[in-house]
Design a protein around this ligand. Structure first.
Ligand code: KG4
Ligand code: ZN
Length: 878
């Protein structure tokens, strides 16, 4: 993982007069298309290109290939005048790696970034080959789907006849076979899988030919043609690297609404934003994003919780009679993360509900019910609309449902929502009736005859957007609030380190002349900008050589995940792509202000750092690709950091709570740290910085996860930790006796799934008995069960290792009762407790920067082919 790579000696911030190179690339398909050209105003002159099949390897291959292309041609990054990047549509991760890399390059070089359509580029390749006539480009969208676009290729250009959509290969083929009455040629990587599908549909209609397979993917050169055309049409966006977005063939308009609701400034949406699935209505979101109210008729929609189940089951029985789902079935649904259930209320009365399941990119509506006196007022429609939005966010691209063949009113509703009949399931329903449940029965009560189910399919808003976000606004960014986290600058906690001691790997060290005059004296060196994107926070921070944070900025996506009761990887990755440039720019500005300049420039820094593991890979790659792009562009070395090590280092920002004089002392290993987050629960023996031994960890759920699941069961939203701990303040911790699993196991393993189940069983039991649950008592008792085990094992760990200091890390470290309990128990034994400040507990980039200081001093830097990893044990050296 160490660098064997030389960085191009580029002097960032010192713009050369000869910035006339265009760098273009695309990683939306399974190839890397790459070219560099001389910009000649209205046209370009190709210098060199490199096109290579690199399935799922864009992250490791793209920058090394760019670097090699530049070296081969004796070019310098500082001569790049603009960057052009394929925006897809195509593989989500591939597109995001390309876009994030391009954003890093353009930001690093401070040059404009332009996006072009990957499908347009394919069409330009076909144009260049001499083909003229009607061309269909079908790119592979996976899961049986394609991105189909028709072009009319003339002598001057391929003219696009359709906008981007996603469709089942069969229906795309059928649509074209019906619409086209002249010979059609096909190109695109979808042909690999769907050649016969298209051949079959065209058997009886027009002549179908296939372009030579080298023309199925974009090339570096075809990207340049597409760019030249768009530039001539003046259709290029502003060139702001923060504004470029991938082509989203599906963008939930729930997210769009939220983005608008949260007041994104200066937002420009070019092109149509069509919500094909469900027409927009007068529904607005209220403040917490997890509830909707309908202003006209006081209808409220909120996520289903365990509290509601008794009411739901009663309605279910009234509506569906002997087909009704049971309580157990609903309970089972509720805790699954691939499900979404909503209830509709009039005042406090539940009047309907709807649920869906996302499987294989398809949302299946499982159940819709509205009590009889509230039918025909659009409630079912609102519920479906809400579930469909969630389905889109969970990755669904179409919706299916089943309806009785003769349920005319329901079918009419679905047709209004643009559902089409896809098939019939004969004799599916046991009873017959106008509405489900209003069955026609024989005298003896048995169903008169069985009835067919009609399967209907509807679209999940296939959209094409070239959304341009104002990434420079200070208040919000891509719908997220930008937070300044820098309230814990505490230089004394980190030992001063020598300034020169950060040797670089590789042949040519970054030749940055340090501008001491601008950004402080040598003792403040090195200045490192760190990026964190492993989960649902996009964060950046700048640290100086004394360990002082000059800036610490976070854009939290939590609002976007809240309604799902957990982090949705697809949303996380998308949001990071949208936010990264703005977060980093804001960090540079804030860091600059600390040092008396309006903004730091890249040349003022000494290094970059980024979290590369562990976490959600789709989220990590965005930060990593961006950071690598900036690193190559600026010549700054890039330090890779293990996220968990960041949580350990967060303690360096702490003030000791056990005694006053200890507060002045920086913490030093050996020590024991408890890492408690949404994904981890472990006790670690820190023998030295960088030398860790895992004493034990959870066998199942993490502590944060248990808090989150209990909160979800109570309908309290996400993240659960803060809500539960707040509620617990008003409750009695001895009210309910929950199990303390493995408390006396004599080792350092934990198990939390039993506790979670016990809490849920308790809620169910009380619901069934018709008793009201005292949620404060429940929260306090649950929390106490967690605390007792954690504290007991932490004390054991301190005793066994013989250390004198105990630390805490991870999101759960923000729990006040837990902090107090550790302090009390450790104080009794004379063990010093050091706790990170609250702002350093949950994910942030300050802690990543702190690790980077040490790693940079040891010369541990990443190479251009570095990858992201979902797992990386803390005791594994890297
Ligand atoms: O470290 P973090 O920000 O992200 C991960 O790496 O997982 O931790 C987030 C977790 C969530 O599960 C959240 O519920 C939990 O930390 N958390 C808390 C509290 N604040 C956040 N758990 C208990 N009490 C809290 N006050
Ligand atoms: Zn974390």
């Amino acid at each position: 993982m160490r660098s064997s790579h030389a960085y191009l000696p580029v002097t960032a911030g010192q713009f050369s007069m000869s910035r006339n190179l265009i760098l273009a690339f695309d990683t939306a398909s399974e190839t890397i298309a790459l070219a560099v050209a001389n910009d000649e105003g209205a046209s370009f002159k190709l210098i060199d290109h490199h096109d290579e099949a690199a399935p799922r390897r864009a992250n490791v291959c793209l920058l090394p290939r760019i670097d090699a292309l530049f070296r081969k041609n004796g070019l310098s990054a500082e001569d790049i005048g603009c960057v052009v990047c394929g925006r897809g549509p195509g593989s989500f991760t591939g597109v995001r790696i390309g876009v994030a890399t391009a954003k890093g390059l353009a930001s690093g070089l401070r040059v404009p970034l332009y996006g072009v359509s990957t499908l347009d580029a394919v069409a330009w390749g076909v144009w260049k080959s001499g083909f003229r006539g009607l061309l269909g480009v079908v790119a592979d969208a996976m899961r049986g789907e394609v991105y189909p676009v028709l072009f009319r290729v003339t002598d001057t250009a391929p003219e696009r006849l359709e906008c981007d959509t996603v469709a089942k290969a069969e229906s795309a083929a059928r649509r074209w076979a019906q619409a086209v009455d002249e010979p059609l040629a096909l190109a695109g990587d979808g042909i690999h899988k769907y050649r016969t599908v298209f051949e079959k549909e065209f058997e009886t209609s027009c002549r179908l030919t296939f372009c030579e397979d080298s023309l199925w993917v974009p090339t570096g050169e075809s990207l340049l043609y597409a760019f030249e055309r768009e530039r001539a049409r003046k259709e290029c966006a502003t060139g702001d690297p923060g504004a470029l977005l991938p082509v989203y063939t599906r963008l939930s308009d729930a997210e769009e609404n939220e983005r608008i609701r949260l007041g994104t400034t200066g937002q420009v949406i070019q092109g149509a934003l069509v919500n094909a699935a469900v027409p927009a209505s007068g529904v607005v979101c209220d403040g917490d994003g997890a509830q909707e109210t309908h202003p006209q008729n006081d209808l409220t929609l909120r996520p289903l919780s365990l509290h509601d189940l008794n009411h739901i089951v009663t309605i279910e029985r009234e509506v569906f009679r002997d087909e009704a789902w049971t309580l157990g079935m609903f309970e089972d649904e509720l805790l699954r993360t691939d499900r979404t259930w909503w209830v509709a209320c009039k005042g406090s009365q539940i009047v309907g509900y709807c649920g869906g399941w996302v499987v294989d990119g398809e949302l299946q509506i499982l159940d819709v019910a509205v009590i009889s006196e509230f039918r025909r007022c659009g409630i079912a429609q609102e519920l479906i609309r809400r579930v469909v939005h969630d389905g889109a966010d969970l990755g669904a691209r179409s919706v299916t449902l089943e309806v009785r063949a003769d349920n005319a009113s329901a079918r009419k509703l679905y047709e209004k929502l643009r559902f089409e009949v896809e098939g019939i399931r004969p004799n599916y329903y046991p009873a017959v009736g106008g509405l489900k449940g209003e069955g026609i029965f024989r005298e003896d009560g048995t169903p008169a005859r069985r009835e067919d189910a009609v399967i209907m399919r509807g679209p999940v808003e296939p959209t094409e957007t070239t959304g341009v976000l104002d990434a420079s606004g200070l208040g919000t960014l891509a719908g997220m609030e930008l937070k300044d986290n820098a309230c814990r600058v505490d230089a004394g906690m980190v030992k001063e380190r020598s300034v020169q001691a950060y040797p670089m790997q590789g042949q040519s060290p970054p030749g940055q002349p340090k501008r001491e005059g601008r950004t402080g004296e040598g003792k403040n060196r090195p200045l490192i900008l760190a990026i964190e994107s492993s989960c649902d926070e996009t964060a950046a921070a700048i640290i100086d050589g004394r360990g002082t944070l000059l800036a610490d900025v976070i854009a939290s996506q939590v609002d976007f995940h809240a309604r799902f009761g957990g982090v949705v990887p697809e949303i996380a990755s998308r949001k990071h792509t949208e936010a990264i440039v703005g977060v980093v720019d804001e960090t540079l500005i804030r860091g600059g202000r600390e040092l008396g300049v309006s903004s730091l420039e890249w040349g003022d820094l000494d290094a970059l750092a980024v979290t590369f593991a562990p976490g959600l890979v789709g989220a990590l790659v965005v930060g990593l690709a961006f950071a690598k792009g900036v690193s190559w562009a600026t010549g700054l070395p890039l330090v890779g950091v293990n996220h968990l090590e960041g949580h350990i280092y967060a303690n360096k920002f702490a003030s000791s709570v056990s005694s006053d004089d200890a507060a002045a002392e920086p913490i030093e290993p050996p020590l024991v740290v408890a890492l408690l987050s949404g994904g981890h629960t472990m006790l670690v023996h820190v023998k030295d910085w960088g030398d860790y031994e895992i004493l034990g960890q959870t066998l199942d759920d993490a502590v944060g996860e248990a808090f989150d699941k209990v909160a979800k069961a109570l309908g309290l939203g996400y993240p659960g930790g803060p809500v539960i701990s707040k509620l617990a303040e008003q409750g009695r911790s001895d009210a309910i006796d929950f199990p303390r699993a493995m408390m006396h196991s004599g080792d350092f393993r934990f198990s939390l799934s039993g506790l979670k189940t016990a809490v849920i069983t308790y809620i169910k039991r009380e619901n069934e008995a018709g008793r009201t649950i005292n949620t404060a008592d429940l929260a306090a008792s649950f929390q106490q069960a967690v605390i007792d085990v954690q504290v007991a094992k932490a004390v054991q760990a301190v005793e066994q290792t013989g250390v004198h200091t105990f630390c805490l890390g991870g999101g759960v470290a923000a729990n006040p009762a837990l902090r107090v309990a550790y302090c009390k128990a450790m104080d009794e034994r004379g063990t010093r407790v050091v706790l990170p400040p609250l702002s350093a507990c949950t994910d942030n980039a300050g802690m990543i920067a702190a690790v980077a200081l040490d790693r940079l001093a040891q010369g541990k830097v990443l190479s251009l082919d570095a990858d992201a990893y979902s797992h990386l044990p803390i005791d594994q050296e890297y």
